[in-house]
Design a protein around this ligand. Structure first.
Ligand code: 5AD
Ligand code: FES
Length: 361
């Protein structure tokens, strides 16, 4: 279809255009979508894959998102918080392996002790990971939820420079069905603005295939990323966690969920061009080669799990999360093999900042 060519090479996209692209399912069309995404990846940022070693440093959470396995109300979770030495040595391990960058992720808390703790972790990691290759230490991405502007400023001043805060959906009604009434879409959007104001490279994303979500909603999400001038995208398929209120609603059939998730990556690449896009772990929960597939649809970032094996199974956000019994060393060789299996390579010893961020500065 020659209309598809027009669509793939458009300058400005409407909701309807994006819906059409997200809905492509026949093999030939999907192949063209994927090729266009790769063409843009290569011309705008190149095909290197960037690693961010992820440390899930605490599963204590003050929120109660209806979909999430570590929600406050799930009393079956063993709660943990890693001590400073463990987190810092994990970051050092990353630096030693040539992973230029780490992600510190945890459940969401706003209490002063938590904020102090995170700030301290950032300073310590910065200090401890300086080397000839990384004179300023490893790059630090935070993923610790909604905080005040002042807190974001403190984290930035301490040396973190990227932040992930998924919006989950930009549809008001869907947002409310996924969250308790006390959690507001408006406030989450405000936090994205604060993060930018504080100086961060800002990452966001959505859960794909959550109950009640439509393709039109996903199309609007992508336009939201564009309007907000977002630097990094991290999205993944919604998967049921059995100990949550949403378990009874089920999840999308796996083949469809996978294709929709992959099309989301390709379309984000086509519409947003020079942003960093992650091939997330949840893709690997749908199919074993999910992350490689994500990369082959235009993603350029992936996150090896560095969390100590003893606590990994307590950071289960959804069923079927991979790498639960593995250690950081196993994930290291496994993931490198996965990246190389699709003819790509990892760019070691660099932060791998978003080109979009550099361009908007
Ligand atoms: N399925 C898929 N993704 C989930 N997340 C939380 N729970 C689930 C689930 N059941 C994602 C959310 C959150 C990120 C840390 O993990 O998008 O922002
Ligand atoms: Fe962890 Fe493969 S990436 S075991």
């Amino acid at each position: 279809m020659s209309d598809l060519n027009d669509l793939l090479y458009k300058k400005n996209y409407t909701v309807q255009d994006i819906e059409k692209l997200l809905s492509l399912r026949n093999t030939e069309d999907v192949e063209r979508l994927k090729n266009r995404a790769n063409e843009i990846l290569n011309s705008h940022i190149g095909d290197s894959v960037y690693y961010r070693g992820i440390v899930e440093f605490s599963n204590i959470c003050a929120l109660d998102c209806h979909y999430c396995g570590i929600r406050k109300s799930n009393k079956q979770v063993d709660r943990y918080s890693l001590d400073r030495e463990t987190v810092v040595s994990s970051a050092k391990w990353c630096a030693d392996q040539g992973y230029g960058s780490v992600v510190l992720q945890s459940g969401e808390r706003r209490d002063p002790a938590f904020v102090d703790y995170v700030e301290d972790l950032i300073r310590e990691i910065k200090k401890e990971t300086r080397s000839e290759k990384l004179p300023e230490g490893v790059g630090i991405t935070l993923s610790v939820g909604e905080q005040s502007l002042e807190t974001y400023r403190r984290f930035f001043a301490a040396g973190a420079h990227r932040y992930l805060l998924r919006i989950e959906t930009t549809n008001e009604e869907l947002y409310q069905s996924l969250h308790p009434a006390s959690q507001k879409l408006e406030e989450r959007i405000l936090c994205l603005d604060y993060l930018k104001e504080a100086g961060f490279q800002v990452g966001t994303g959505v859960m794909i295939g959550s109950p009640g979500q439509t393709t039109a909603m996903l199309a609007r999400d992508i336009l939201f990323f564009k309007e907000k001038d977002i630097d990094m995208i991290g999205m993944g398929p919604y998967l049921v966690h059995n100990q949550t209120p949403m378990a009874s609603e089920g999840q999308m059939e796996k083949d469809e969920l996978l294709q929709l998730s992959l099309n989301m990556i390709a379309v984000c690449r086509i519409v947003l061009k020079d942003v960093n896009i992650a091939a997330t772990t949840a893709l690997q929960a749908v199919v074993p080669d999910g992350r490689e597939r994500g990369l082959s649809y235009g993603a350029n970032v992936t996150m090896p799990n560095i969390t100590p094996t003893e606590v990994r199974s307590s950071y289960k956000l959804y069923e079927g999360k991979p790498c639960m019994d593995e250690g950081r060393q196993e994930c290291k060789s496994c993931l490198l093999g996965r990246v190389r299996s699709i003819g790509r390579d990892v760019a070691f010893d660099q932060w791998g900042d978003s080109k979009h961020y550099a361009a908007r500065k």
